[in-house]
Design a protein around this ligand. Structure first.
Ligand code: ASP
Length: 444
């Protein structure tokens, strides 16, 4: 059985157990299941797994981006990759939110609805765009790495890469070392991924057991329209972009992106999924590391199609519930604001609501409105994060293909990059050889 099948089984089993706990009330406050299983065992195993993914993000992005810049062959290409991916990321986000507003507006969701809310929502401030721009250049790169500030890490890594190229031949051994370090990090991704079936089971069992399923019924219209729009974007809009710009097969793409989608779904974080997305686009889809090492972390930070769709549907829904008429100008502001908000906020769980509060204050919608949808956001966050990483992978493939940096043979090979059971097996011979090398160095 390959890893994806195992992870899918873990996912299905996790959802089933979560539903059983939830529906039969076994997860009530104070029960053994709630304390020791759901918020004990499942919580700890799930957190350990998400932590191990997050642990890899910064070093992986740093080393792979340096390798990417050094391996690019033509430094002007860097500018082109940057421009193309930025334009495509902004464009897909704008299309996503416009689609959402049109579908939700057309269906008139929330009209005539009167939902009492006792959940207060106090919006956290998202940073202003000027600060986002200023922060791209880190005053202290170590601090940026410690904080996981992706844009400044990207900036610093590119600068290191370019400087290595400028140093030239003398830096050759450094480049090989960084390349090996990158490979080591990728191996760590493989190790972490090999425990995914069990971790995904725990993450999903906990998330579903804790979901407010009654709330889901109350807000069924909102939830269904949002999910339908997310699926439309994933299967129609993104796949059309893939076909129009790069003539790649959507079916192959969809079968290859599954792993990254499952990880995004289980962790609700595009950022934590970076290692898996990077591995998927390079090893399964054949995108050259010189493109992927930039487009993937960049996309995880600035590209959030699924989140934009949530904002579009939520705006229409809450405007209708409160009887506020936004008009064309209001909705255009919503599109612009959410595209801008996506640049400044990183892909972490629940950040979409913070962005939403930014949009609401801009168009004068009541912030308490967000309290209405808070209860169902956990589940929707999982689904939209899967759409977010799919968008990153589509743009990475399109940009790579347009620059001749996509290996079609790998893309079309169904077995490419598939993790087998032996992927984390240590070869005894190699083990002995490496031990001997270390011993020899010490003896010198
Ligand atoms: N969780 C999403 C992500 O990481 C962001 C959000 O919509 O809250 O991409």
């Amino acid at each position: 059985m390959n890893l994806t099948t195992k992870v899918l089984l873990g996912m299905a089993a996790g959802i089933a157990i979560g539903l059983i706990f939830n529906i039969f009330g076994l997860n009530a406050e104070g029960t053994f299941i709630n304390e020791y299983i759901v918020n004990g065992f499942f919580h700890v195993v799930g957190k350990l797994f998400v932590n191990s993914l997050k642990m890899l993000v910064v070093p992986l992005v740093f080393f792979s981006l340096i390798c990417g810049v050094c391996g690019i062959g033509d430094i002007r290409l860097l500018g082109r990759i940057g421009t193309k991916s930025f334009v495509l990321y902004m464009l897909t986000t704008a299309v996503a939110i416009a689609t959402a507003i049109m579908i939700a507006g057309g269906l008139g969701i929330g009209e005539g609805m009167n939902i009492p809310t006792d959940t207060e929502f106090t919006g956290k401030e998202a940073p202003p765009l000027s600060q986002v721009l200023i922060d791209i250049v880190p005053t202290n790169p170590i601090q940026s790495m410690a904080n996981g500030d992706m844009l400044s890490i990207i900036f610093f890594a590119i600068l290191v890469g370019v400087s290595i190229l400028l140093v030239g031949k003398k830096a050759k051994s450094l480049v090989s070392s960084v390349e090996v370090l990158n490979e080591v990090m990728m191996k760590m991704v493989t190790i972490v991924m090999s425990v995914a079936p069990y971790a995904v089971f725990c993450l999903l069992a906990k998330a579903i057991a804790n979901l407010g399923l009654d709330l889901l019924w109350q807000l069924l219209g909102y939830v269904l329209v949002l999910i339908a729009t997310l699926l439309f974007h994933l299967f129609v809009t993104l796949q059309s972009i893939l076909v129009i710009f790069s003539r790649l097969s959507p079916l192959t793409f969809l079968s290859k992106i599954r792993n990254a989608q499952i990880f995004a779904f289980s962790t609700s974080s595009s950022n934590a999924t970076i290692p898996v997305t990077l591995r998927t686009v390079t090893e399964k889809m054949g995108v050259n590391n010189s493109v992927a090492s930039f487009t993937v972390p960049f996309g995880a930070t600035i590209n959030m199609d699924g989140t934009a769709i949530m904002q579009g549907v939520a705006t229409v829904f809450i405007a209708n519930v409160y009887g506020v008429e936004l008009g064309v100008a209001g909705y255009l502001t919503v599109v612009l604001m959410s595209v801008l908000a996506s640049i400044g906020t990183a892909g972490v769980p629940g950040v979409g609501l913070i962005m939403l509060s930014m949009v609401f204050s801009q168009v004068g919608l009541p912030l308490e409105g967000i309290g209405l949808i808070l209860g169902v956001d956990r589940l929707l966050d999982m689904i939209r994060t899967a759409v977010n990483v799919s968008g990153d992978a589509v743009v990475s493939s399109v940009v790579a293909k347009s620059e001749g940096k996509l290996d079609l043979e790998v893309f079309n090979d169904p077995q490419a990059g598939v993790l087998s059971a032996g992927a984390t097996h240590i070869d005894e011979e190699t083990e002995k050889e490496l031990a001997a090398t270390v011993a020899a160095t010490h003896d010198k």
